[in-house]
Design a protein around this ligand. Structure first.
Ligand SMILES: C[S@@+](CC[C@H](N)C(=O)[O-])C[C@H]1O[C@@H](n2cnc3c(N)ncnc32)[C@H](O)[C@@H]1O
Length: 273
């Protein structure tokens, strides 16, 4: 294929938050070529094929032979959790907070009428759309991108403008997002999500511990990442307490496996990594 077949992402700054989207996309794509994939995200592989980028450098940096597993196991857990929720609540919607380049709407076998709202920064969504348009990709459900700043209080307004019905149960998914926001913004995000969540809605979210962010062994990596624009800002040693303070009853899992579902009310699961 010639380069004109691809969407040019070569100006995405190495180490930036936008770059982290390419990292997770690349790792999911890589894993899809495994003989026995965990996630099998062929839509990610298709997207990588359509993106002009220095993937050889990415491969050297990401060391996908080992790093593919963390990203794909996390995505698989959230896929299974979302699919299970949709099985029990066929009228539910999915709210993907900080969706980035994730292809959940293309890989999950959801009922065709299911709506997935994908929320992220406008530029991120525009880049994603350019690739999907180039691929003529068709989601397996109804996909509605919503450009919004999730660190601000108004994002539910943009969601409502995109047709979100607050009466339906919702599966909120926040994957790889919370540590990019400062504590106050995470608190606001959870508050705002709880405010539009009808009883029975749930949230799947991953967090890091505060200890991880202050670990001297990790400091050089975090400082280097921050200098490039990829700043990890918040972690909690008490994710259950933090989430409870912001409207969500938590079941905590450290890394994996994913916990069993609870019966009623707001419920959210938070593996610390
Ligand atoms: C590490 S990426 C993870 C993307 C995706 N969930 C995945 O697992 O591949 C973090 C995402 O959060 C988004 N994000 C960070 N801060 C945001 C904000 N204030 N408003 C909207 N999106 C934000 C970034 O644009 C990026 O797409």
């Amino acid at each position: 294929m010639t380069q004109t077949y691809k969407v040019d992402f070569s100006d995405v700054r190495w180490g930036s938050v936008e770059w982290t989207n390419l990292c997770t996309l690349y790792l999911r794509a890589y894993e899809s070529h495994s003989p026995a994939p965990i996630l099998g995200d062929h839509a990610a592989a298709d997207a990588v094929d359509r993106i002009e980028y220095d993937w050889a450098r990415m491969r050297r940096a990401m060391r996908p032979g080992s790093n593919q597993y963390m990203v794909t196991m996390r995505a698989k857990q959230l896929d299974d959790w979302s699919a299970d929720f949709l099985r029990r609540h066929p009228d539910a919607v999915v709210l993907h907070l900080g969706c980035g380049m994730d292809t959940r709407a293309f890989r999950l076998p959801l009922p065709a009428g299911t709506i997935i709202y994908e929320l992220d920064d406008q530029a991120v969504l525009a880049g994603k759309q350019a690739i999907l348009d180039r691929e003529h990709a068709t989601p397996r459900c109804i996909r509605r991108p919503v450009a919004a700043d999730l660190a601000q209080a108004q994002w539910p307004v943009a969601l409502a403008a995109a047709g979100f019905n607050p009466g339906a149960p919702a599966a909120f998914v926040a994957e790889g997002l919370t540590y990019y926001l400062p504590e106050q913004a995470d608190a606001l995000l959870l508050d705002r999500a709880a405010s539009i969540a009808t009883p029975g809605s749930r949230l799947g979210v991953d967090m890091v511990s505060a200890d991880y962010l202050t670990n001297p062994g990790v400091a050089p990596y975090l400082e280097l990442a921050a200098s490039r624009g990829d700043r990890w800002q918040f972690g909690s040693n008490d994710p259950g307490g933090f989430l409870a303070a912001h409207g969500w009853q938590a079941d905590i899992t450290t890394c994996s496996p994913w916990p069993a579902a609870s019966a009623d009310g707001h419920h959210q699961e938070s593996p610390t990594t």
